[in-house]
Design a protein. Structure first.
Length: 116
């Protein structure tokens, strides 16, 4: 059974940094694309960043480029989202996602709150 467990969310002041972690378990993820999405109340879930597990190829939403960095640690089966220069509008629940032709999985989310 696939499990994605996010951690690292919290309260930070504008301009600060946070690193989110997503610990993945339950199968081999070499064929998966791992991603981060975020959602605020009343809005659709929004793509943040993604990384191909096998090659490390990354992709970002335009508004996150230069501020957010996605990475993975193969040995720990963990994906990270390093967020810097945070803005109040980055406040959201951040979700980890694993998708491939074999399935599409979500974590439970972690709250990030950026105060002005």
């Amino acid at each position: 059974q696939v499990q994605l467990v996010e951690s690292g969310g919290g309260l930070v002041q504008a301009g600060g940094s946070l690193r989110l972690s997503c610990a993945a378990s339950g199968r081999t993820f070499s064929r998966y694309t791992m991603g981060w999405f975020r959602q605020t109340p009343g809005k659709e879930r929004e793509f943040v960043a993604a990384i191909t597990w096998s090659t490390g190829t990354t992709n970002y939403a335009d508004s996150m480029k230069g501020r957010f960095t996605i990475s993975r640690d193969n040995a720990k089966n963990t994906v990270y989202l390093q967020m810097s220069s945070l803005k109040p509008e980055d406040t959201a629940v951040y979700y980890c996602n694993a998708r491939s032709s074999l399935g599409n999985y979500w974590g439970q989310g972690t709250q990030v709150t950026v105060s002005s």
